[in-house]
Design a protein around this ligand. Structure first.
Ligand code: NDP
Length: 258
């Protein structure tokens, strides 16, 4: 008879190793925290050492960090190699590091546009390729992109950000199609308004903008970073073993429509 799975086993990350970019703060930190609570081990990255050190001190012995700028694309193969040599195979990749910038489209320079796309899209591809090569050889792995509602809706003044996140959504479907036959699932989470430094800056202390965002959120409040963290645990776990190529909105109903 087929062995039945249980709640405890399917949702547990059971010692699996996750690489989470931008894990020293905001959503990335809570993804790391939730994954450690679910029994996983994490390596978090970011450009600044202090937040990473503080995060690892909070998360305990199953958390480690490497200082790395994802835009240094030539470093990403070496990063993956270094992590796997030190900690073992990476089972889960979370492409979370991202940057935003609010400007009317006509004021966005080529340099502005390239900077956002370079971080949010180009380096996501390079790191995913580095991890996926190894995951495919092992016939297991889960890759999660942190995209955005901005991929789906025309939110003004975020042209480069929206372009980068829409492209990530397109990439998810292609990669899921190419990788899933080799046991590597690829999915994304599209957060709505989540309380972090990034969303605070995007609101810019503007009460009108805040009210507009609230009107677009049927649940009537902004999400917390661990709302994304638990969704990431689910997608990384065995509970989601038949899910690939999807974009999961975690957005308080934002995606119902404005
Ligand atoms: P934060 O600005 O709070 O955190 C971003 C993290 O990414 C920081 O830890 C930062 O660390 C790191 N980071 C930025 N650039 C790089 C880089 N080049 N290399 C490595 N790490 C980098 O943002 P959030 O937590 O809000 O956002 C996390 C993700 O969620 C992003 O992809 C964002 O687009 C997405 N998102 C967020 C929403 C929100 O409402 N907050 C809504 C929709 C999507 P350091 O500066 O030290 O490098």
């Amino acid at each position: 008879m087929e062995q039945r799975t249980t709640y405890q086993t399917v949702f547990s990350l059971d010692g699996k190793l996750a690489l989470i970019t931008g894990g020293g703060s905001g959503i990335g930190f809570d993804i790391a925290r939730c994954m450690v609570e679910a029994g996983g081990r994490v390596v978090i990255t970011g450009r600044r050492e202090q937040p990473l050190q503080d995060a690892v001190a909070t998360l305990g012995e199953n958390a480690h960090y490497v200082v790395n700028d994802v835009t240094a694309r030539e470093s990403l193969d070496g990063l993956v190699e270094e992590i796997e040599t030190t900690h073992g195979p990476i089972d889960i990749l979370v492409n979370n590091a991202g940057v935003n910038m609010k400007k009317p489209a006509l004021e966005v320079t080529d340099e502005d546009f390239d900077r956002i796309v370079h971080t949010n899209l180009n380096s996501v591809f390079s790191l995913t390729r580095a991890c996926a090569q190894r995951m495919m050889a092992r016939k297991r792995g889960s890759i999660i992109m942190i995209s955005s509602m901005a991929a789906y809706y025309g939110i003004d003044r975020v042209v480069a950000y929206a372009a980068s996140k829409s492209a990530v959504e397109g990439m998810v479907k292609v990669l899921a199609s190419e990788f899933s036959g080799n046991g590597v699932r690829v999915n994304s989470i599209a957060p709505g308004f989540i309380e972090t430094a990034m969303s605070k800056t995007a609101m810019g202390g503007d009460p009108d903008r805040f009210a507009r965002a609230m009107r677009r959120t049927p649940m009537g409040y902004f999400g917390k970073p661990d709302d994304i963290g638990w969704a990431a645990v689910f997608l990384a776990s065995e509970a989601a073993k038949y899910i690939t190529g999807v974009s999961l909105p975690v957005d308080g109903g934002n995606s119902i429509g404005f």
